[in-house]
Every structure is written in C-alpha cells, then in structure tokens.
Design a protein around this ligand. Structure first.
Ligand code: 4AD
Ligand code: MG
Length: 437
C-alpha cells in the first residue's frame, strides 16, 4: 500500500478531519453487501465508521477478497472520508483499497445472547460497544482517584495481599495454601497494614484488589473487587467524611468532563449525575435513618439491626446524591471503629449509600484509640488479640486520632454506568459461581 504505520489515524480523529484521504485500521463490527457493493462498519478503540467498497472502484480482484471479510476480521482501510447523515456515526469512508490483516472464524456472539453465554465468552464480549464504554469510564475513574489523592498530597502506599489476620469478619476470608501452612488469607482490606504506616507518612492511599468470599449471589458483590482506600493521621471523623464526599464529587466531575459519549452508550443520562457534583450530600445518623424509613415508608426496623439492601435502597429513593449515614450501633460494625464518647452504644462509623439503589459505595470510620476497648472487641468476636500485636503497637507508641475509608470501585462504576449487575463493572468478574475465563 506504500503507507507507513504512522499514517494511520483513529476513526475518531479521521471523523474530526471530516474530509479527504484517511487510513484507518480496526475490526469489522458489521458487514453486508451485494455482488457490486459491500458495507463494512469498522470499529477501533475510538469509534465505529461505515466504509463502502465498490467493485467498480477497487476492481474485481480486490473486491473478491472482501468476500472473506466477516465480523471481527481485522483490516486496514484506505479511502476518502465524508459526512453522510445516513451512516451510523454520521461519516462514511469511500474505500480506495484495503488489506485483511487477520481473518475471523464465525464470531460466536450474535444478537440476544444469555447472560451465562456472554460470561462464558467474556474474553470476546470485551469488544462490545457497552463493555468498551464501561472500560473507558473505568480507566477515567481509576485516574481520577489517583489525581484526587495526589492533589491532596497523599502518598501512595502498598499493603500485603497475603495476610494472617482478619479485619472485616472471618466469614468472608479466602484461605490460601501458604507452603502448606494454614491461617493465611487474601486481603479483605489494607487497613491493618495501613494504620502502622501513617506514623511515617501521615496521609496515604492505595488502589488494590480486595477479596471477599461472599456466599450470597447478589448484583453488587464480587469475590475480587478493586478497593480505593485511604488512611489519615490526626483526622477527625468529620475530616474523613469530608474526604469521602470530595472524592466522589471529583470522580463524577471527571467522568462528566471526559466520558459523556460513553455514558450515553450505556444508557446513562449524564444529567442524572450532576446533582452529586453540585449538591451537598445529605447526612444523617443511623438512628435518624430508621426514623426516616418509618416516616416515609412505614418500615419499622429494630434499633441495633444493620441496614439491609432493602433499607439502603429505600433511603436512596429519597435523594439524587449519595447519602451519608453515621453513628451505627457498635454491634453491626467492625472492631476498630471508635466508640462515641457521648453514646457508647454507637461508633464513629460511616457508610456512603449511592443513589438509585446501588448500595454502599464507601465504608469508613474514625479508629478506636483505646487499646483495651480494641482487645475487648476482638475477644468478643472470638479473635486472639495476641495475633494482632503488630496492629496493637499502633496504639502503644505515640497513638494519634486517625481514620480512613474504603471505596468499592466497581460499586461506583455500576452506579455511574447504570449497570444491572456489578459483574459488568469489571473485565473478568469473579463471584461464587464464576471464576472462568
Ligand atoms: O465497608 P468495607 O468492608 O470496609 C473496609 O474494608 C474498611 N476496612 C475500609 C477502610 O476503612 N479502609 O468495604 C469498603 C467498601 C464498601 O463500602 C463497598 O463499596 C466495597 O468496599 N465492597 C465491595 N465491593 C464489591 N464486592 C464486594 N464483595 C464488596 N465488599 C465491600
Ligand atoms: Mg461496609
């Protein structure tokens, strides 16, 4: 063809150019044709575009090779681009010449496939417009989290994935066969290994996978999910909550600035996300949330019971931004949360509940500073405080007020992208019933 690789441009850039000669490459998204004319919709990572191959223009010999073109054939196309209202994305390339790079077997994914079938073919389903749009938004969300924390002068810090103590309850631990030893688990959270580090770095964050052996099948639980966590020295409970609200606003702002097209492909009207950027999030205590549930929905929940999915969903119907719920009963929250000195039945724990029934997106707290209280609560859970000595040392050598939170990145992506199932917020989901491909 005589054209060097450098001369290719993305489909999106070519459309921006709008007229004249272009060279694009990608995969066949759709194709149809007659013995004189062939329409190929080509896709690359940036866009899709209709390309028209005319026998009279490319000649008999080249037109014949177009017969081999099937869905997902990879090819290079050289031609003239122009505006065309009838074309799927408003532009069309009139093909001068083309080259098949990789032929494709009959692509197994066609219309109306079941969830199970698409999950089995996940490696191919990634190429779909919806998954591509989700993955771009995902990339923006990860970038935004980094940018936010770096902007607030946090250090990036890394905790071990192989850990020897639980933090978020023993029932969701994944056991590891560690050189035939027992008592080693995949991380549920970085927290117990983050708290020791704030004595050196003060403000830290991470983005890392967390693992939870969730035994129930729901549309919001993964066995492996990406967790953005932060921990801050000298921080009050209010400081932690403020960071959570600011981070969510930052993420949504970034997605709205960069990914409006992708949101639309996924059926999410960007306007629906705007209140999160513009409005202050409502805050209420757990106790007030029970009163609200009773008043608005006649739901009578016994004080001391954790909020379930159904209650969180009802609360989320009342607002168009995330909701901040604080001061949960001690019994339903983790051992490390600080007891409220004014009301010892509750702790300085916070959950952020997403709009539209997407559930808890952030969980955090100010940390308990009283070492005796921590040891007591560990014992109450059936844990041996002696195994937590490394953690307890954080309260022995210059203890300080501090706290942090964890944000479930796929939960946030599910909400942003308006997904039916959290499985579609990650390329290769892992759940109790799905670990392949
Ligand atoms: O509320 P969690 O369990 O809190 C912690 O792990 C704390 N140690 C975090 C911290 O303070 N550093 O989990 C935090 C968040 C939840 O709010 C939820 O968004 C998400 O992690 N999450 C899950 N996301 C997907 N699948 C699961 N199975 C999840 N479990 C929790
Ligand atoms: Mg939680």
């Amino acid at each position: 063809m005589g054209l060097s690789k450098m001369e290719f441009s993305s489909i999106k850039e070519s459309m921006k150019k709008g007229k004249g000669k272009v060279a694009v490459r990608g995969w066949v998204y759709r194709e149809r044709g007659s013995n004189k004319l062939k329409f190929i919709v080509l896709r690359d990572s940036s866009e899709i575009i209709q390309c028209v191959i005319e026998k009279s223009k490319v000649g008999e010999k080249m037109f014949k090779t177009a017969d081999a073109v099937q869905i997902e054939t990879s090819m290079e196309i050289f031609g003239q681009i122009k505006k065309d209202e009838r074309a799927p994305t408003g532009y069309e390339i009139s093909v001068d010449s083309f080259k098949v790079i990789g032929e494709s077997d009959t692509f197994p994914i066609s219309k109306d496939q079941s969830r199970e079938f698409l999950d089995d073919h996940r490696h191919l389903w990634l190429r779909s417009r919806k998954m591509t749009a989700m993955m771009k938004i995902r990339s923006t969300v990860f970038g935004a989290i980094d940018e936010y924390f770096k902007g607030e002068e946090f250090y990036e810090y890394h905790s071990p994935t192989l850990q020897a103590v639980q933090c978020e309850g023993g029932s969701t631990l994944f056991d590891v066969d560690y050189y035939k030893q027992k008592g080693v688990f995949l991380a549920q959270t970085w927290q117990l290994y983050a708290e020791p580090a704030i004595f050196a770095l003060e403000k830290i964050y991470t983005i890392a996978p967390s693992f939870r052996a969730e035994k129930s099948k729901t549309s919001r639980h993964l066995s492996e999910y990406w967790h953005a966590e932060m921990e801050v020295a000298w921080a009050s409970f209010d400081d932690i909550i403020q960071y959570g609200e600011d981070l969510l606003k930052f993420i949504i702002k970034k997605v709205l600035a960069e990914r409006k097209e992708e949101l639309k492909i996924l059926g999410r009207d960007p306007k629906e996300l705007e209140p999160t950027v513009k409005k202050k999030f409502p805050r209420m205590t757990y106790t007030d949330s029970l009163k609200l549930l009773d008043k608005k929905f006649g739901m009578k929940i016994k004080w001391g019971k954790d909020l379930r999915t159904i209650e969180e969903d009802r609360l989320s119907e009342l607002y168009d931004t995330p909701i901040i719920v604080t001061h949960y009963p001690k019994e339903v929250k983790a051992f490390y949360m600080k007891e409220d000195p004014k009301d010892k039945k509750v702790v300085y724990g916070v959950d952020f509940i997403a709009p539209e029934g997407y559930g808890e997106i952030i969980g955090g707290s100010e940390r308990e500073s009283d070492i005796k209280e921590i040891m007591k609560r560990l014992k109450d859970m059936g844990e041996k405080p002696s195994e937590y000595e490394f953690y307890l040392d954080t309260r022995r050598y210059g203890s300080i007020p501090h706290g942090g939170f964890g944000l479930g990145i796929e939960r946030v992506i599910s909400w942003i992208c308006k997904l039916d199932n959290i499985k579609d917020a990650i390329p290769f989901p892992r759940t109790m019933t799905r670990w392949t491909p």
